[in-house]
Design a protein around this ligand. Structure first.
Ligand code: SF4
Ligand code: SF4
Length: 285
C-alpha cells in the first residue's frame, strides 16, 4: 500500500504522524519504506538519526556545441519553458528554467546539442530499524527542480509492501507529485481556523486526484466541532484520529523522540490508524 501523509498547512504535525505510523509497522515486523518527500525541508531523519548512504540526484540538461551551432533558432523556438534564447552569435541557456524534456536535442538540425547531468539534490537511504527503510530526498538550496527529486525518492519505495510518503505542506505541484499513485491519504490538521481553511484545500486536491482520504486532528484543544462538521459534510472524509494538545507530547517531540516509543500506549492508536487507511485504500475513491 502506498500511503501519503499530507496537510494543507505547515506545522500541523504531518511528519510526526508519518514517523509514528512507520514505527508501528516496523515494530510489528512489517517491512515499511518511509519516504521524506518534503525535499525543500526534509526532517524525518530527526526522528531516525543514524548513518545513511547518500548519492546525487541529477537531471539531463542540454549543452550547445558552439562550433556546430548555426544559430538557426530552432531550439529556442521549440523550448516552451524559455530556457533557450538564440542570439546571432550564441545561444543562452537558463538551466533553472529547463524541464529536461530533451526536445531541443531532437530538433537541432546540426546535431549541436548533447546532454550532460546536472546535480539538483541528493537521495539518502538508511535502515534505522530492522524492518524500516528511510529514504530522504533533499533539494539543493535554491534549485527549483523539486519534482524530479521527489520522483526519484518515491521510486526507491517500489516493491515495498508498505510505503509511507511524507509530503510537503500545502497544495503545490510538489504535493501533487508525492500524492500521485497513492492508494490512500491522511490529511493532518489542527484546531485553528487556519488549519480548517487549509484542510479544505487539501481535501479538495485529494478528491480531485481520486485518492481516498481521512483526517488526523493534531494538537486538539477539544474545540473541533467545525472540523468534524466539515468532514461529515464531505463524501467519505472520516476523522481517523485525534491527538490532544498535551505538554508531555510536545516535550517528546521537541527532543526528537517518537510518541509511540516514549508512550507505548499510543502504538495501538497508530496501529488502528494504519488499519483504517488500509480500509480506505481497499474501498477506493
Ligand atoms: S537548433 Fe542547433 S543549430 Fe539551431 S540554434 Fe539551436 S543549437 Fe544552434
Ligand atoms: S531540454 Fe526541453 S526544457 Fe530543457 S532547454 Fe531543451 S527544450 Fe527546453
Amino acid at each position: 500500500m502506498k500511503l501519503a501523509v499530507a496537510s494543507g498547512k505547515g506545522g500541523t504535525g504531518k511528519t510526526m504522524v508519518a514517523a509514528n505510523l512507520a514505527f508501528t509497522r516496523a515494530w510489528a515486523n512489517e517491512p515499511v519504506t518511509l519516504v521524506d518527500c518534503d525535499v525543500e525541508e526534509p526532517n524525518l531523519h530527526l526522528f531516525y538519526p543514524g548513518p545513511a548512504i547518500t548519492r546525487d540526484v541529477t537531471i539531463p540538461v542540454p549543452v550547445i556545441d558552439t562550433f556546430r551551432c548555426q544559430h538557426c533558432g530552432a531550439c529556442g523556438k521549440f523550448c516552451q519553458y524559455g530556457a533557450l534564447t538564440v542570439l546571432p552569435t550564441r545561444v543562452l541557456f537558463f538551466s533553472e528554467l529547463c524541464h529536461s524534456c530533451g526536445g531541443c536535442v531532437l530538433v537541432c538540425p546540426d546535431n549541436a546539442i548533447s546532454e550532460e547531468p546536472k546535480r539538483i539534490g541528493t537521495l539518502s537511504s538508511a535502515s534505522p530499524l530492522p524492518c524500516l527503510t528511510l529514504i530522504t530526498g533533499t533539494l539543493d538550496t535554491g534549485d527549483p527542480h523539486a519534482v524530479p527529486v521527489i520522483r526519484e525518492a518515491k521510486k526507491k519505495a517500489d516493491g515495498s509492501p508498505v510505503a509511507i510518503f511524507d509530503t510537503a505542506p500545502g497544495t503545490s505541484c510538489t504535493v501533487i507529485e508525492a500524492l500521485d499513485g497513492c492508494d490512500a491519504c491522511i490529511l493532518v490538521t489542527e484546531s485553528t481556523p487556519f488549519g480548517l481553511h487549509d484542510l479544505k484545500l487539501a481535501a479538495k486536491v485529494a478528491a480531485q486526484m481520486g485518492i481516498p482520504a481521512g483526517v488526523v486532528i493534531n494538537r486538539s484543544d477539544g474545540n473541533d466541532e467545525l472540523t468534524h462538521r466539515f468532514c461529515a459534510e464531505q463524501n467519505l472524509l472520516p476523522v481517523l484520529l485525534t491527538v490532544p494538545f498535551d505538554r508531555e507530547i510536545a516535550a517528546i517531540q521537541s527532543r526528537g523522540d517518537l510518541l509511540c516509543r516514549a508512550r507505548p500506549e499510543w502504538q495501538k492508536e497508530f496501529d488502528t490508524l494504519f488499519e483504517q487507511c488500509r480500509g480506505l485504500a481497499r474501498e477506493g475513491p
